[in-house]
Design a protein around this ligand. Sequence first.
Ligand code: ADP
Length: 612
Amino acid sequence: MNLRDKLLLAQVPLALALLVVGLLAVNTLDRVGRAGQDILADNYRSVLAMQRIIEHLERLDSAALFIVSGEQQRGVEQADAHFQPLELELRLQEGNITEPGETEATQALRRAWTRYRADYDAFVGLGAAHARRGAYFETLSPAFRTAKAATQAILALNQDAMVRKSDALQRQSQRVNTLMVTAVVVALVGGLLASASLTHRALRPVAVLSQAVQRLGRGDLDTRAVVEGRDEIAGLARDFNSMAEALRQYRRSSLGELLQAQAASQAAIDSLPDPVVVFGVDGGVLNVNRSAEELLRLSLEGAGGSLGQVTPEGRSVLERVRAHVLGGKGPYLPRGYEEAVRVDGPDGGRWLLPRGSPVYGEAGGVAGATVLLQDVTRLRRFDELKNDLVATVAHEFRTPLTSLRMAIHLCAEEVAGPITEKQADLLFAAREDCERLQGIVDDLLDLSKLQAGRIVLEVRRVSTETVLEDALAPHRAAADAGNVRLTARPAPDVLEVAADPERLQLVLSNLVANAVRHTGPGGDVVVRARSDGERVRFEVADTGVGIAPEHQSRIFEKFYRVPGENTGGAGLGLSIAQEIVQAHGGEMGLTSQPGQGSTFWFTLPQTAARPG
Ligand code: ADP
């Protein structure tokens, strides 16, 4: 049975109740109507007949009085007009006996009437007037009263019956009223209850289905809607069950694949020897590899994704890289090994160099950050070893180099005896190389002192204008020779900077020398100083050859020179400059486009007070 039929069926009890009440009402009304008719048929007809009989009797009596009073003719005529109708009425009554005792009363009336009639005939037959009068008073009048009394008895009988029946009818109609009201109420309540129960039963599968849908919504894919039958809801339940089954299979397969992929990626990052930390977009730790757990003492379970248990150094570097990547600045690449932080691991101190890369979400926005801390402990040790070696070698070179320079100098000046022109040329070349070697040795010693922090800076307020002019002066000749325009542009508002003037001079001098050296004829070298918040930013910009991107990151390394260039330097100038700037608490960098020129910049703290 389909749902529509079930709902229609649910209305049947109400309709049946209505039908029963209707039939009951029709039947009862019919019975009440018939009872009324019965009263009319049974009693009212008798009442009318009796009233007419009394009327006839009285007219007969008055006719007898006419006869007694000598109006024979009139009396006889009047009497004849009433015998027949009275007889008819009496017969009518005899055919309409309905009440108990009415038979006897009617028989009594018949007898009284028969006697009255006989007496009347005898009375009319009397000739003498006085005989008539005597007969009237002795026989006729008593017979008249007897007949009238008998009639009145029947009348009363029927009237009483009418009153009784009318009362009974009234009572019956009251009972019918009560019965009807009760029947309507019972039918209504019963019908409604039955309809409600049937409707409820018809719609119960909807509730079952709805609960199953809710359970599925909460993620219970094993839920099924158990609905018997073949109606629309049972069909819907079957469809729902197949959908739930398909979903369960899909989840089983996709979940399995997902778990496998996750296990594979976890194994991959666990296999990395360097610590890896994955941050969510809100900055919380989403995942760490085993190395991060061991080295940084970072675990996902304990701290609920915070960096609370990481050492302060480790935390600060992780937070810095995280802020960089999540701030949408792209991948984070370290500028050099000096960015490595020392972290105490289970087997001694480790130097870790941070790198960060964004994790992109489906919409293309940054959804997280992966930070890898590259273990550069061994590289740093090599670097330290190299520095130490270089410093030792430079130091050891100094004394023999000084005696060498002295010896060459004495020979060249012919203190040790005369020399030929050819010998003099050789000695001059040797002296030049010794000077260059001395420069390199000095640079190396300077650098090692700077790196070891053994150089004490004499920080003073220095006028930027003077610094720029002093830095440019030694290079003007070289610039003029190379047809390069050399300009200083100190910003008018930046007048003083906190720096060691000699060292600052050295930095600027190095940068200007490089710029002039790498700028062709007709080019420009501009040296600027401008305010940059709390700092002063110096820039040395040239329109020279520029530096390819692959060399830019390494240009500040010791001994690094762009391959294929032979400028005579040892590749130490920029490293020294950077060490000096960093010793001042500043930063150094460059921007460059090959073929268009380079701009080297560095920042230094600005002095608080500015002369007005
Ligand atoms: P050097 O003392 O040998 O010049 P630096 O450390 O000063 O060493 O410079 C390193 C390398 O950087 C140089 O070999 C040069 O190739 C390159 N370089 C430095 N400044 C510039 C510049 N302004 N334009 C192009 N290349 C430059």
